[in-house]
Design a protein around this ligand. Structure first.
Ligand SMILES: *[C@@H]1O[C@H](CO)[C@@H](O)[C@H](O)[C@H]1NC(C)=O
Ligand SMILES: *[C@@H]1O[C@H](CO)[C@@H](O)[C@H](O)[C@H]1NC(C)=O
Ligand SMILES: *[C@@H]1O[C@H](CO)[C@@H](O)[C@H](O)[C@H]1NC(C)=O
Ligand SMILES: *[C@@H]1O[C@H](CO)[C@@H](O)[C@H](O)[C@H]1NC(C)=O
Ligand SMILES: *[C@@H]1O[C@H](CO)[C@@H](O)[C@H](O)[C@H]1NC(C)=O
Ligand SMILES: *[C@@H]1O[C@H](CO)[C@@H](O)[C@H](O)[C@H]1NC(C)=O
Ligand SMILES: *[C@@H]1O[C@H](CO)[C@@H](O)[C@H](O)[C@H]1NC(C)=O
Ligand SMILES: *[C@@H]1O[C@H](CO)[C@@H](O)[C@H](O)[C@H]1NC(C)=O
Length: 796
């Protein structure tokens, strides 16, 4: 106890530590009795505590009350408020009040309802000498023999979730649940087939058999392993890793983790902080990488009902990584609480025995950029939109048409597999009865309705939340500052709230500079914990090296200038230390680290996230160049210096350091002839350095973001592709831009943007600085408010 207390920097935390330890003590003594569940033990739904907890108390096995008279025999995370279920025995057959699960004296494990009917039982191999059962701390519930060998374990029979230390072998299946509130079997499954292919399938309606596949792992494998340190990967029979599915370097000591095939058909990796922590919400957060990357588009089956139910269409929010199901106008959900079930039409269909006389009672609702893959029964070719419409109106079986000159597809009811996305060039026309159409639509414009700019709304919400939070913190700091100042050393500037820390304080906050976050030209960065304005926060502490000036006043002036910056795309400086040779800067901590980790390789961000980062970085640079009180040239823009916060917003770091550090640009470049990395040619030519050096570096970064590869790849098979700037210009001038993004389906579907962004990047990397646009123009071009002309060869 004494030793533990030393590590806690502030005495205010001591009490909570004490409470926490007492809690642990209580839990562990309490749990002793639960460790081995002996033969003859049972639980009933009416027990005061209808579950057996694991020794740590993190998992529990027992009954969860799902509906008034429906109990699920399940395993769940027991220490978090929402008791998230990770496994269940009887998902399709809830047990009634009075049901009882028993480990019988003869070694069977049976769930009987109050009438004595067996609802579920564990398939324990005949001849096992069962002697006890146990809820383990891993979340695995086991029935064991006297020699402790497991004769049955819940890890072998997963439902929709896998946990750290769990593996899937050939024949394993995860089945999604039906919807958020209903745990019964849903429409999607993930299976490692006996032929060693790992595949995501839909089912036909809610049947059990796989129907159409919508994702297949590229490599065959023997096992899917979820290891202890938060990685999910495929392995060969000799144990070598073939492919990573998910990687988080969050430890299982600090985070609960799980990978779940969700009811929307998406396989996600979730984490939940075990301890209160300023950076993570106290809720499950999904990693940005999900499988598949866009279920609305990836699901190309031609006979099932698609990612959403029948008559329903799917849109994808690529920031939140979530599909959403909608009904076309004139249709509504069967069950608003179960939108996956699909939609029904709200009007009486055309009467086939008088189809012609009803023609004038029907009309079409237009949906640009949308398609309904399945259910076509007739193709007209060539057909103009008008002839396509006439043909459908005259045909009582025709419920909709999908048209793109010269093709016209007639679709029958029910419609299926609908999706809407800007990359789709087809237009759908949904046939509806006019009275309903005018009633429901008003201006009859469907485009506006389903082109909801979710990204903007989400960003807006995030911004709103941030500003609400910020105001809250400002208010808090206003309250706490006066008392705080007594305990802290002194506050440098009331307005910017930049704090002066002692070396000892930072030494303690970083636990003796123990956890290194990274190392750059400016120095080494460490993770720490500080109480700022009454709130305990993670911080990044940068220990500066290579100082240009030993002059105190100059250092202070520069730091104050950095401290005055405040923009959502730059990292906020919180304080500093200036004590003899110790010069340290304290920044807010960025949960997702640097862009470098996400730009290349396996955990690569998706197309729209990369484009958001391109725009965010441009906005941050514009702010530094033109909008903050004294213009700051960064001089070192590169992926390592673009950090990502928990919502993957780009935040520029290390700005303002150029003036106080000696950094020899020409030596920071890679030693490869002909490549300058991110460094503008002025640096080599003793020309004046202006903000245009940042524009150059931004141009390189933009190309990397578009192409998802490094600016220089020594191992490129094709020599012409080694230097990204050269290759990009070649592709551009030969109008073969698709080659740059050929492995990125989302980008391939967004070639207009690829072209615009590549052209912008080529303008940014012109040798002559005066030809490069200013950051303001870059943003206007990227946002589409300024047009762009053909760029010249950057090296001419
Ligand atoms: C459960 O029901 C089965 C079948 O009716 C019966 O054989 C068994 O004894 C019951 N078990 C318990 C624990 O009640
Ligand atoms: C549980 O039972 C097994 C087998 O009888 C025994 O080896 C093990 O030590 C027991 N564990 C505990 C914690 O009592
Ligand atoms: C879950 O869905 C199934 C299938 O539609 C239904 O039979 C069951 O009653 C639902 N359960 C709950 C708790 O709503
Ligand atoms: C889990 O897998 C990752 C990726 O291969 C590896 O870096 C890590 O060391 C593994 N952890 C354990 C505990 O095996
Ligand atoms: C393991 O198997 C994989 C593929 O089956 C093979 O590529 C690899 O070389 C093997 N590794 C070892 C250490 O045998
Ligand atoms: C749908 O298509 C898949 C793949 O072509 C096929 O295996 C499956 O049997 C079909 N399902 C139905 C219900 O027709
Ligand atoms: C559409 O028309 C049908 C039959 O004419 C009617 O039952 C239904 O209520 C109407 N729906 C709306 C939304 O007006
Ligand atoms: C369709 O029209 C025929 C002939 O007018 C009529 O007998 C029949 O009831 C109508 N069917 C429906 C479903 O309205």
């Amino acid at each position: 106890m004494h030793e533990m207390a030393i590590a806690i920097p502030y005495s205010s935390s001591f009490l909570s530590l004490l409470l926490f330890s007492l809690l642990l003590l209580f839990e562990s003594t309490n749990a002793q009795t639960n460790t081995n569940i002996s033969l003859g033990s049972s639980l009933t739904t009416q027990d005061k505590k209808p579950f057996w907890a694991s020794p740590s108390g993190e998992f529990a096995f027992g009954f969860q009350n799902i509906e008034p008279d429906g109990f699920l025999l399940a395993i769940w995370f027991d220490k978090i408020p929402d008791k998230t279920i990770v496994w269940s025995a009887n998902r399709n057959n809830l047990a009634g009040k009075g049901s009882k699960v028993e480990l019988t004296t003869d070694g069977r494990f049976i769930l009987n309802d109050s009438g004595g009917n067996t609802v579920w039982y564990a398939k324990i191999p005949a001849g096992s000498r069962v002697s006890y059962a146990s809820m383990l701390d891993t979340g695995n519930f086991v029935v064991a023999n006297s020699d402790s060998a497991h004769s049955w374990e819940s890890f072998d029979k997963p439902t929709d979730t896998i946990l750290p230390k769990q593996t899937l072998g050939p024949g394993s299946i995860l089945f999604s649940r039906r919807n958020a509130a209903n745990y019964s079997r849903g429409r999607f499954l993930l299976t490692l087939q006996d032929d060693k292919n790992l595949i995501l399938y839909t089912t036909f309606l809610y049947a059990e058999d796989p129907n159409s596949r919508y994702w297949v792992a590229e490599t065959k494998c023997n096992q899917v392993i979820f290891n202890q340190s938060g990685s999910v990967y495929l392995t060969a029979s000799n144990g070598s890793i073939l492919k990573m599915l998910f990687t988080s370097d969050l430890s299982t000591r600090d985070f609960y983790q799980r990978a779940t095939l969700d009811y929307d058909g998406v396989f996600r990796y979730y984490v939940y902080p075990k301890f209160r922590n300023a950076q993570w919400p106290e809720a499950w957060s999904a990693l940005p990488k999900v499988i598949p990357s866009n279920i609305c588009l990836d699901l190309m089956e031609d006979n099932g009902s698609g990612a959403c139910g029948l008559n329903s269409y799917c849109t994808y929010d690529s920031i939140g990584n979530k599909p959403t199901c909608h009904c076309p106008n004139g249709y509504s959900f069967f069950d608003a609480n179960d939108v996956q079930r699909g939609c029904k039409r709200d009007f009486s269909p055309q009467n086939c025995s008088q189809a012609m006389s009803e023609i004038d009672q029907f009309d079409f609702l237009e949906m640009e950029n949308s398609d309904w893959i399945a259910a076509d029964y007739e193709t007209l070719n060539p057909a103009t939109e008008d002839s396509c419409r006439q043909a459908c109106l005259a045909d009582c079986l025709c419920a909709a048409i999908v048209h793109q000159f010269p093709n016209c597809y007639k679709k029958r009811y029910p419609l299926s597999n609908g999706r809407s996305h800007q990359s789709i060039s087809w237009k759908s026309l949904i046939k509806t009865r006019k009275e309903n159409a005018t009633f429901q639509l008003g201006d009859g414009d469907c485009k506006k309705k389903h082109r909801i700019p979710w990204n903007l709304i989400l960003t807006g919400l995030v911004l709103l939340c941030c500003s609400v939070l910020l105001n809250f913190f400002l208010a808090l700091s206003a309250i706490f500052r006066p008392t705080n100042r007594k305990s802290k050393t002194r506050v440098v500037d009331q307005h910017q709230g930049l704090q002066l820390f002692s070396y000892e304080e930072l030494n303690m906050a970083t636990n003796g500079f123990k956890e290194k976050l990274g190392r750059g030209a400016a120095g080494t960065v460490f993770k720490g914990v500080l109480t700022l304005d009454g709130i305990e926060k993670y911080v990044a502490v940068k220990r500066l090296e290579n100082m240009v000036t030993e002059n105190d006043a100059e250092f202070q002036a520069e730091v104050n200038s950095i401290g005055r910056t405040n923009h959502r795309n730059v990292v906020q400086l919180l304080g500093f230390c200036n004590e003899a040779q110790h010069r340290l800067l304290v920044y807010e901590f960025m949960m997702n680290g640097s862009l470098e980790n996400f730009l290349f390789g396996d955990s690569r961000l998706n197309w729209s996230q990369r484009m958001q980062i391109a725009l965010g970085t441009a906005r941050g640079l514009l702010y530094l160049h033109e909008e903050c009180s004294n213009s700051i040239i960064h001089c070192d823009i590169k992926p390592q210096n673009i950090l990502l916060d928990d919502s993957f917003t780009a935040r520029i770091s290390d700005f303002g350091l150029a003036k106080i550090l000696k950094i020899n640009r020409t030596q920071t470049t890679t030693a490869i002839r002909g490549t300058k990395g991110y460094v503008a040619p002025e640096w080599f030519r003793h020309m004046p350095v202006t903000a245009k050096v940042d524009v150059y570096s931004y141009g390189i970064l933009l190309l990397e973001l578009v192409c998802g590869r490094k600016s220089f790849e020594a191992e490129a098979e094709d020599q012409n592709r080694m230097v990204l700037t050269d290759w990009a210009y070649d592709c551009y001038s030969e109008t073969k831009l698709h080659l740059l993004v050929e492995n990125d389906e989302e980008a391939m579907n967004d070639m207009k943007r690829v072209e615009k962004y590549v052209m912008t990047a080529i303008w940014c990397i012109q040798e002559d600085p005066s030809l490069r646009p200013a950051m303001k123009e870059v943003i206007q071009i990227l946002e589409g408010t300024l047009s762009i002309s053909a760029p010249p060869d950057p090296s001419s």
